[in-house]
Design a protein around this ligand. Sequence first.
Ligand code: BGC
Length: 415
Amino acid sequence: MRIRKFAFVLAAGVLGLAPAKAQEQVEVLHWWTAGGEAAALSVLKDNLAKQGVTWKDMPVAGGSGVQAMTALRARVTAGTPPTAAQLLGFNLRDWGSQGFAANLDDVAKANDWEKLVPEPLKAFSKDAGHWVAVPVNIHSTNWLWINKAALDKSGLQPPKTLDEFIAMLDAFKGQGITALAHGGSPWQDTTLWEAVVLSIGGMDFYRKAVLQLDPAALKSDTMRKAFDTMTKLRGYFDKGFSGRDWNLSTAMVIKGEAGAQEMGDWAKGEFIGAKKTPDQDFVCIRFPGTQGNVLFNADQFMMFKLGAKDIPAQHKMAAAVLDTSFQVAFNKVKGSAPARLGVSDAEFDACGKKGIKDVAEAIAAGTMVGSLAHGYAQPDSIKNAFFDVVTQHLNGQLTTDQALTRLPAAIAAAK
Ligand code: BGC
């Protein structure tokens, strides 16, 4: 078989049958390796294949891209950046300001991005007034995913407040299942923490503490309540939570081994992949007490500066990503809302419709702000200072008193 293929290639070469033009190709670094994520990514691969662009995959497993960022740094440092890389928030700014990003102004102009991309995303897609990245989606982190059968068994309604949430977790505990599925890692701990902070303090407090880093807010009674709530929630985890991947926790909810999970809306991709239906098999709601507010993280592809031969494929990929039909096909699988305004929600399921509505309302009301855990609130140095304190506290290495002293100090040192 192999010999025959070799003979054909040789004959084709001799007879001049080899394609005259090198195949257009994109090499894409990303961390979409969970089932739902990979399914969404194939929508992009297929779209580009139809345009004659081949896909060289560079997947780096690890939720929220922690490991992917290390891999990207290594590639850029070695002088061999990929064609495009999945990036979030302040990481886009880092690479953009260091001069590694290709300029996408022409594609942006031809496709009206200025008008179509919402301001909170655009603030990260551009560097010094030039487009350097194309947003794929609008995810948000303040969601709760509930197993419908467990909820029905409890006789309770989906919780609207933290107290109702705790009552539901108690009911799940009573059913003998893990009440709250959680994967212990700094980004997952902080994804839960930021929802708790928003629920307890509201949007003004989130802004003060997380976006403005106000020292008084960081050690306030409201923050104390948030840390104490984290300790309480830890009592609803199972013993094996430490180090578990987010999608394995989602699988526990899907199978009914756990009652609920707090996680960004990429979790929906796992439910859909397991052929589960919203409101029938699972329930998606805003994390109790955070209704009306959206903590967003938008995946964006930054194109890296390469040779002239790579530009056509980069431009094709960039244009494809914000194309309306792609936005629908991709985001309904990924769990996110489209990254361009005004896309119809007709093809989205109940959770997708809710996400799209929440995002539109929050943008209009000015209550869509960046997620800390996913890089849209603070640069890495400060984000990591939060991560350390939140995780050490959740793991019992810091008391709440210590966390309240340590947090402002760690942030001041990281500034
Ligand atoms: C990304 C999502 C991804 C999730 C889990 C988030 O930071 O924005 O696209 O599905 O991490 O890996």
